[in-house]
Design a protein around this ligand. Sequence first.
Ligand code: 6PG
Length: 230
Amino acid sequence: MNREINRTTNFVADAADFILEQAHKTIGERNEFRIALSGGNTPAPVYARLATIAHDLPWELVHITFGDERCVPPDDQQSNFRMARETLLAPAAVPEKSIMRMRGEIDPQIAAQEYQDHLDLMATQRGEPIYRHDLILLGLGDDGHTASLFPGTAALEEITRRVAANFVPKLNAWRLTFTFSLINHARHILFLVGVSKSPELIERVLEGDQQLPVARVNPTAGELTWMIEE
Ligand code: 6PG
């Protein structure tokens, strides 16, 4: 794994530029760009900025997935899809066919299975054993979770599924999430870490504290970039 750590006071602009550069480079190489969006609060301004600078990006060649989703309807305040739609998908007029939404409004097991089936189909169509994202965006939770892979939850131990329904006791809620096997299959992973994250947590993460789920993100044949706001 090739790891790069960028600390920046220009976080939103640098993160948006990084994503756009990856998109153009990948489309130039393979005529498509497969990106997984992360949820929560940190990415929102980055997506908004991306929508303003990506005016010449051929969005019809971009395939957008979601690394995780809350089990709520798409218009719920908690929905990661809603956040992405409001900040990026609508402002950038991303075509519907470029977006693969996790259906948080249905039974979690069914939603996870249908999402996994769709990714598997696309992988098979490309002759790949498992769908390989060009870029997966991930956040860092205060407890060291990423996507919806929370400490002490069942999905951490999932070694066969690519997408799982994961009950999170601390939230008393179900989540849909990529598993480590899907995440670690990516060509590139970008962690977006806002200034609100504690320096102690960041140090623990960068030292690879295995108590933290995020420490298990290790792209087997890919690159890992940390974009940390100062
Ligand atoms: C989610 C995210 C989650 C998020 C972290 C950090 O659905 O909440 O995917 O993994 O990235 O919790 O969230 P903030 O960016 O809001 O701190």
